[in-house]
Design a protein around this ligand. Structure first.
Ligand code: AVJ
Length: 312
């Protein structure tokens, strides 16, 4: 048996080696989130240009009365991604669940956030699950005694191409059971310049977040990537309704990762993230394709972001 850290390293190595070998080199976005990457993402959520976090939070707090009325008390909340330190307490306060089940791939992060929440909600039963929610996993047996609410905020669903997003929604449905509800955040299509600025901020925090992936490759996989040769770029792919993040080579570059050599010509890129954007209609269609019936939708005034409630 490999230790957890070695497993993660191997999965990282495999994703990087396979990804860089593609015609359009690409690395899955999930590898952004080491300690530094998670800290940089926290900084991103506070940037003036990055509207999704504060908009979703505003919707959640403004509409909590209606959300609570639709969801009811006494549910088991399954929180995919182990919880934002602000959104999760808001939800828990609003709906008074019987059980809280944070699910996260990082055991360290999971335990830390579960402990912080337990301090704040001393009477709440908390059963953390260390798992990659993109793969099937088993919920703790205590969940069976309650109707379930899945919580998937942050428009993380946008990181998945539609076919994978539908698979993920289907697997949520299989895990959560027939009586489940799902509360999910989805970012909306909007003005192209606002979308680009949200992913290419003036302070360069998103650029640092993107480049940190290369630092991680060099540090953890013995890479020789010349980081200074890559510049951050956010592109709106209108045909596929998504913001793409790339690391564009400013010159011809050659480097090694775990003993393999890669070449990227000047102007070529490593594709590091997709963030799909939806309309109200396309978001509902996505949910329906994933086996969920939309029940209600809450949005902010300008319609920048959607919070959708659906039933299995
Ligand atoms: C965490 C996936 C919601 O796609 O907006 C933020 C990640 N990337 N800035 C997003 C991210 C660049 C974020 N999600």
């Amino acid at each position: 048996m490999l230790a957890i850290s070695e497993q993660v390293d191997e999965a990282f190595a495999r994703d990087v080696l396979d990804g860089l070998a593609q015609k359009q080199p690409a690395v899955p976005a999930r590898w952004f989130y080491d300690e530094r990457g998670s800290a940089l993402f926290d900084d991103i959520t506070r940037l003036p240009e990055y509207y999704p976090t504060r908009t979703e939070l505003a919707i959640l707090s403004r509409s909590m009365g209606e959300i609570a009325a639709a969801v009811g008390t006494g549910r088991a909340v399954v929180d995919y991604g182990a919880g934002s330190q602000i959104k999760t307490p808001l939800l828990l306060e609003g709906i008074d669940p019987a059980l809280y089940v944070p699910v996260d791939i990082s055991g360290v992060h999971l335990r830390a956030s579960a402990e912080a929440l337990q301090q704040r909600f001393p009477d709440l039963a908390i059963e953390p699950v260390e798992a990659d929610f993109a793969k099937p996993f088993r919920l703790p047996p205590a969940v069976d005694r309650h109707p379930v609410l899945g919580f998937f905020p942050g428009s993380t669903i946008g990181n998945f191409v539609p076919a994978s997003a539908i698979d993920l929604l289907r697997s949520f449905r299989a895990t959560l059971g027939v009586d489940a509800l799902l509360l999910i955040g989805v970012d909306r299509i909007k003005d192209r310049s606002r979308l680009i600025e949200a992913y290419d901020d003036a302070q360069g925090v998103t650029a640092a977040f993107n480049r940190n992936l290369l630092e991680r490759i060099n540090r953890e996989l013995g890479g020789t990537v010349p980081i200074e040769a890559f510049r951050h770029e956010a592109r709106w792919n209108a045909m596929l309704s998504r913001v793409e993040m790339h690391l564009v080579a400013a010159r011809d570059v050659t480097f090694e990762v775990v003993g393999r050599t890669f070449r990227i010509a000047q102007g070529g890129s490593i594709h590091t993230e997709n963030s799909h954007k939806y309309t109200s209609e396309s978001a509902r269609l996505l949910l329906a394709a994933g086996g969920w019936t939309p029940l209600q939708e809450w949005t902010d005034g300008p319609g920048d972001f959607s919070l959708l409630l659906a039933r299995a």
